[in-house]
Design a protein around this ligand. Sequence first.
Ligand code: 5GP
Ligand code: ZN
Length: 136
Amino acid sequence: MECLFCNIIKGDIPSYKVYEDETAYAFLDINPCSKGHTVVVPKTHYENFTEMPAEEAAGLFATVRMIARLVEDAVSADGSNIGLNNKPAAGQAVPHVHVHIIPRFEGDGGGSMHSIVSIPGAGDDLEEMAELLVME
Ligand code: 5GP
Ligand code: ZN
């Protein structure tokens, strides 16, 4: 089996497990952005989030919510960034869906979602964009 996270789920590659149930596995990130940085993965291999069936994606996020509470409490965080890099263009390095829970602390000097990318002119025509994106 080639997939790094599938091998972690199977236990063939060691990890610091935070939580496990029938559908999800959570473990400490090997290169944490902050104390308690945890990664939650579905046990079924999907390369990226947008290819996951809706019900499994919903289940994954219910688990993420539960673990985020646990992690924030455990490290006495003031908040957390919760999200995923979807596909390589967005920074996804490991091609198995994984949600990051990055605990945050007042004054830790980090940024928000807005610090990921900022493309000039992205907001030039919001009306046209809304027409393109709207689902009826
Ligand atoms: P990505 O950049 O794909 O969103 O996130 C991949 C994450 O997996 C990174 O934060 C990286 O530190 C973590 N990671 C990569 N390899 C390993 C590993 O072997 N063990 C653990 N625990 N985390 C890993
Ligand atoms: Zn996998």
